[in-house]
Design a protein around this ligand. Structure first.
Ligand SMILES: Nc1ncnc2c1ncn2[C@@H]1O[C@H](COP(=O)(O)OP(=O)(O)O)[C@@H](O)[C@H]1O
Ligand SMILES: N[C@@H](CCC(=O)OP(=O)(O)O)C(=O)O
Length: 379
């Protein structure tokens, strides 16, 4: 059986769970991390197909930290879990760095919290860092910044983080690698007769009833967080595959279009999902008025808005706020996320990007609103 979903995916987020990464808590599984690194490198280089951009979201810091600290039992105190995460993250990052470097790949450690992605300014910063890393051909390796959060550490929710990252970078697909072949109609550890689910609609409420909690003492979220993550990823048009992380060449075979694991298909097309989100969910904090040339570039050519085309700025907004883009007659022609605060935008009106550094004291993006963060209004 083949499926085009992964075959056609150009930007892929891969999430691996603690039990796989740490060999059920026995210690970092060097061979497994080496295997995924080999496959990630082949995907980035486009060996045997199109080149892909890949982001790794890896759990395992707490489990590895516990091993390094000689703790047999997972502590219940949050500060001890945080300490374990800080210890284990050193080993985790080092292992990915070593294994990716052996493949000739650069890697980067990125630690995020859910709150980082809820704050629009930090959301934009995280997004532009990750997109820059991808452009440089570097593999970002992401984990939760467990030192500064408490809720996430209690629930261990890297499945959600994987989905939020997929939303953030508008990935085409989210691959969740775990210790089961995929989703069954019930937890196979408890129900040996449970049936395998090959394909379903992401967000189908029936799936939540099938999913139980974590099967081992190492993993945290179980299948339920994976099902909810798939629903979230589908919100920005990404389909999800849940598959066994030790399946031979799992990532390469998925990218070839092989149907492995459980495919949870996003119902909304990627662009449509993002436009809906922009159009429906965000409050306008201000507006910029643009000249006829800029309006034509946005509407006719789908280009980004550059400050050189701006003639006026209204309202008091920050970087990351949603603003309206108006034509000279006052009609809203687009809306999107501002790269500059209103005070900065006022300085940049009618200015070319070569002057930004002198005007602001730092060099930043050439666009006021990047076209990826913009939706055009219906004419
Ligand atoms: N319906 C289901 N299908 C498959 N696995 C399930 C299901 N319900 C619960 N599980 C359990 O979820 C576990 C995977 O979740 P978890 O232990 O959190 O892994 P990870 O560390 O990969 O996130 C499986 O080992 C399995 O016991
Ligand atoms: N940030 C934590 C993640 C814990 C977590 O979500 O674990 P899992 O359910 O195995 O993906 C860690 O690295 O230990």
């Amino acid at each position: 059986m083949t499926t085009p979903v992964l075959h056609d995916a150009r930007r892929i987020v891969v999430k691996v769970g603690s039990s796989l990464v740490t060999n059920e808590g026995r210690g970092l599984d060097e061979a497994a991390i080496g295997e995924w690194s080999r496959q990630l490198a082949a995907l980035v280089r486009g060996e045997g197909g199109a080149a892909r951009e890949v982001i790794m979201v890896s759990s395992g810091a707490i489990a590895e930290g516990m091993k390094r600290l000689g703790w047999a039992q997972r502590p219940s105190e949050v500060n001890e879990l945080q300490a374990a995460a800080a210890v284990g993250q050193m080993g985790l990052a080092q292992m990915y760095e070593t294994k990716l470097r052996e493949q000739g790949m650069g890697s980067a450690q990125v630690l995020l919290t859910h709150a980082d992605l809820a704050d629009r300014e930090r959301y934009l910063n995280a997004r532009s860092t990750l997109l820059t890393l991808l452009r440089l051909g570097v593999v970002p390796v992401i984990n939760e910044n467990d030192t500064v959060v408490t809720d996430e550490i209690k629930f261990g929710d890297n499945d959600t983080l994987g989905a939020l990252v997929a939303n953030l970078v508008e990935a085409d697909a989210l691959v969740i690698l775990t210790d089961q072949k995929g989703l069954y109609t019930a937890d196979p550890r408890r129900e040996p007769n449970a049936q395998f689910v090959h394909e379903a609609r992401a967000g189908d409420p029936a799936l939540e009833a099938m999913a139980g909690g974590a099967g081992s003492s190492i993993g945290r979220g179980g299948m339920l967080t994976k099902i909810i993550a798939a629903k979230r990823a589908a919100g920005s048009g990404a389909s999800t595959v849940i598959a066994w992380g030790r399946e031979r060449d799992v990532l390469l075979r998925l990218a070839r279009g092989e149907a492995i694991g459980t495919l949870l298909v996003a119902q909304t097309a990627k662009n449509h999902a993002r436009k809906q989100w922009m159009a429906d969910h965000l409050q306008l904090r201000g507006a910029v008025t643009v000249d006829a040339g800029a309006a034509a570039k946005l509407q006719g050519e789908g280009k980004s808005l550059l400050p050189i085309g701006m003639v006026a700025v209204a309202g008091d907004f920050s970087r990351g706020d949603v603003i309206a883009v108006r034509d000279a007659g006052g009609t809203e022609i687009a809306r999107g996320l501002a790269n500059y605060a209103s005070s900065e935008a006022r300085l940049l009106c009618r200015k070319p990007s070569s002057e930004f550094e002198r005007l602001l004291g730092y060099a930043a993006e050439p666009e006021m609103v990047h076209r990826d963060n913009m939706v055009l209004m219906q004419r």
